[in-house]
Each structure stands twice: as structure tokens, then as C-alpha cells.
Ligand binder design. Structure first.
Ligand code: HMG
Length: 385
């Protein structure tokens, strides 16, 4: 049977960030609470001319080479930072990247899980049509109320993946385990810009969902815990991944080896929660931070979306995978950033959301090629530099 999976992967983060030491100082909190307690150093902050469309286009433009663009017949855009109740954000990206018009484009939502839904649907499509490719994009801005306990777990980022037959990076294996349950741990009613969250409860439900998804994975004939070379978890903050791996190790009566998760946390610690993109940022981090050759080795992945849907699945790293990585570009994106003062962060947190239908021009602040230039008659206008 043809192998199907991720051929290329690329992420994008805006240039501005808030150091959590700055937040701790402002709030009079011990900085160790953030650095060790939740395991985060920085949160990426979008400027007013950036949104899920512009950062998605940045991430995807790196992997949509001319020879791939012709074969892409589907764009799946996963986000919970919707910019429109009707039009799919991916359609803007489709135009900005000049993708062929004979293409379907759709937006998917279920909290942080939707990136995995998109990836699995893409694999199903390519299995039926192995000569086609699917562009999967997960793009989100995590913004909680200022002053709330969740404020330190904000972040922002986009990951784009090209799904194809005979992939260069990872084969996504067919066996997976799911767990769904109707709960209120984190949600955002239509009238709110920020989510409501029952923080402690959400961490408990995350771990229960991990257990449920793992049981289903095992019942479906999934690989054994000890076979996995690395594990990547959905990381709302990296200490959640530490808790998750402790739990999964204990379920499997295995040693809790931090070396199996640490490479997958390096980038997330510097970016913060990027919801649907978070697991795939962790996957990129893992691939680019494990020194040993992972060719042929299976990796365990756990996706969690509040509300709640979870899935545990496995992927096999393909020989020659290092040639597909964009490691230098990714490291430069993370190192070449600007630290915000607390006051500048608050100003950027209040992204304009005009309701009057008049013309609103957004000042140029984004570092990338793609920008939200203005909003006019309730229409968003994007441009590529
Ligand atoms: P909190 O009340 O600020 O934090 O909320 P805390 O007091 O529980 O402290 C956090 C940890 O830091 C604790 O460790 C403390 O002991 C430790 P733990 O008990 O967890 O092991 N600590 C310190 N350590 C060292 N030095 C110190 C120190 N002080 C304290 N001085 C909470 C934390 C995560 C609840 C909050 O940030 C929150 O509500 N976040 C948002 C919700 C969230 O991220 N939930 C995660 C699971 S749900 C999920 O992943 C889905 C999601 O991504 C959304 C989606 O699916 O769309 C959120």
C-alpha cells in the first residue's frame, strides 16, 4: 500500500514577543512560576497587520514550491481564531499563494484538535488520489483576558504541511485512537473575543482524554509505548506535556524518560500556545532538535482540543528526512525577534476590530511578505510584498 503523510512542514511566528519574565515583573509574580511551573519563556504576539491568514500564508509559502502547487487540489485550514463566520480563511491564503483555481478550500474547527482532523482528512484524500497533494494549515492566535491566570499561556503561530503519497518526512500510520466527550473546559461563544476557560479542570480533562485515546489506540492495534523514539503532545504550555508524558509512562508501566519529549518542546517554549498548530510546532521542534538519526523510527503524537476531542496516533520518520527540514529558517525566525515592553504588549493585545464599515488602515509592522493592509466596508484586504 502507498505510504501517505507529511512531505514538508514549515512554521511561522511573528517577530514580536512578550518575555514571561516581563509579565512576572509587571504582576509581581515569581518568574519561576512561568519558567518552571508552566514551562514557558515567551509568548509570540501578532501585530495589528497580522492575523491567522497572514501567518498561515507565511508558513505555507515556504513549502509550496512551483512543482507542488500544480498538484495541490485541496487546502484544509484549521483554526479557532475565525475571522469570518462564513468565508473560509484559507480562501485568502489560496489567493495570496496563487494556488490553482481547480482546488477545494475549507476551514475546520474543533479547538486545538482541528489541525489533526485536517491532517487525517488529507491523508484519506491522498490515499484515494495518490497523484494529488493537500496543503494543511493550522493557524491560531491564543489570546486570553489580560490579568487572567491563562494570560501567560497565550501565543501565536502557524504550521503548514504538505500531505502527499511517498512523503519525504513522516508516514502517518492508519491506526489511531480517539476520545470525545461533551465538556465545558474551554470555549468561546460568538459574542466573545477571548475564550472562557476552567483552567484546572481543563488540565484534568486533557489527561483523561489522553488515557481514553491511548486505550483506543491500543485496542485498535497501535504500536507499543516502548516502540516510540519520541513523543509529541499538544502543548498549551510545555509543563502540560510533562504531565501528559508522566501519565502515559505510568499507564504503560514504563520509565518516565524526559529525553523522549524534551526535543519536541524547544520551539513551543519560545512561542506559547498556538492552539491547532501547537502539536505540529512540537513535531517540527522534535524533528529539528533530535541529534540522532530518526530514519525509520516511529513517533507518538497526541492531539487535544478542548470541548473535547482527542486523538493518539503514530508516524514513521522517513529516510532522508533531514533534507526536507527548514531548520535554519526556523531557528532564524525564533532568534530574530523583538521583545516588547509590557505597555507595548497591552497595546498590541487590543487588536482593532472595526464594526462601523468605514475604511481602517493598519500600520505596517509585520516582518513578513503578507499583511492585512486595511478593512473597508467590513472586508479584509490582504497584500503580498
Ligand atoms: P494558575 O492558577 O496560574 O497556576 O493556572 P498554578 O498556581 O496552578 O501554577 C501552575 C504550576 O506552577 C503549578 O504546578 C505550580 O505548583 C507551579 P503544577 O501543580 O501544575 O505541577 N508554580 C511554581 N513552580 C515553580 N516556582 C514557582 C511556582 N509557582 C507556581 N514560584 C493554568 C495555570 C494552566 C490553569 C492557567 O494558565 C490556565 O487556565 N491556562 C489556560 C488553559 C490551559 O492551557 N489548559 C491546558 C489543558 S486544555 C488544552 O490544552 C486546550 C487548549 O489549548 C485550548 C483548545 O483546545 O483550544 C487550552
Amino acid at each position: 500500500m502507498t505510504k501517505v503523510g507529511i512531505d514538508k512542514i514549515s512554521f511561522y511566528v511573528p517577530k514580536h514577543y512578550l518575555a514571561l519574565d516581563t509579565l512576572a515583573e509587571e504582576k509581581g509574580i515569581d518568574p519561576e512560576k512561568f519558567a518552571r511551573g508552566i514551562g514557558q519563556n515567551k509568548i509570540a504576539v501578532p501585530s495589528h497587520d497580522e492575523d491567522v491568514v497572514t501567518i498561515a500564508a507565511e508558513a505555507a509559502s515556504n513549502i509550496v514550491a512551483a512543482e507542488d502547487a500544480d498538484k495541490i487540489d485541496t487546502v484544509l485550514f484549521a483554526t479557532e481564531t475565525g475571522i469570518d463566520q462564513s468565508k473560509a480563511a484559507g480562501v485568502y491564503v489560496h489567493r495570496l499563494l496563487d494556488l490553482p483555481s481547480r482546488c477545494r478550500v475549507v476551514e475546520l474547527k474543533h479547538a486545538c484538535y482541528s489541525g489533526t482532523a485536517a491532517l487525517q482528512l488529507a491523508c484519506g484524500h491522498v490515499t484515494r488520489k495518490p497523484d494529488r497533494k493537500v496543503l494543511v494549515i493550522a493557524s491560531d492566535i491564543s489570546r486570553y483576558d489580560l490579568g487572567s491566570p491563562a494570560e501567560a499561556t497565550q501565543g501565536c503561530g502557524a504550521v503548514a504541511m504538505l500531505v502527499s503519497a511517498d512523503p519525504g518526512l513522516m508516514e502517518i500510520e492508519a491506526v489511531s485512537g480517539c476520545h470525545s466527550e461533551d465538556i465545558m473546559d474551554f470555549w468561546r461563544p460568538n459574542h466573545r473575543k477571548t475564550p472562557l476557560v476552567d483552567g484546572k479542570y481543563s488540565t484534568i480533562k486533557y489527561l483523561q482524554a489522553l488515557s481514553g485515546a491511548w486505550d483506543d489506540f491500543a485496542e485498535n492495534g497501535g504500536r507499543a509505548f516502548n516502540e516510540m523514539a519520541q513523543f509529541c503532545y499538544h502543548l498549551p504550555f510545555t509543563a502540560m506535556g510533562v504531565k501528559a508524558h508522566r501519565k502515559l509512562s505510568s499507564i504503560n508501566e514504563a520509565q518516565n524518560d524526559q529525553g523522549l519529549i524534551e526535543p519536541g518542546m524547544v520551539y513551543n517554549r519560545e512561542v506559547g500556545n498556538c492552539y491547532a498548530a501547537s502539536l505540529y510546532l512540537s513535531l517540527t521542534s522534535m524533528l529539528e532538535n533530535v541529534d540522532a538519526d530518526l530514519s525509520g523510527r516511529p513517533v507518538g503524537l497526541f492531539s487535544y482540543g478542548s470541548g473535547a476531542v482527542a486523538e493518539f496516533f503514530s508516524a514513521v520518520v522517513q529516510p532522508g528526512y533531514r533534507d526536507q527540514l527548514m531548520e535554519h529558517q526556523h531557528r532564524t525566525l525564533l532568534s530574530d525577534r523583538t521583545s516588547l515592553s509590557y505597555q507595548d504588549y497591552v497595546e498590541m493585545w487590543h487588536a482593532p476590530d472595526p464594526h462601523d464599515g468605514l475604511s481602517h488602515i493598519t500600520p505596517h509592522a509585520a516582518r513578513g511578505r503578507f499583511r492585512l493592509t486595511h478593512i473597508d466596508e467590513h472586508k479584509r484586504h490582504y497584500a503580498a510584498a
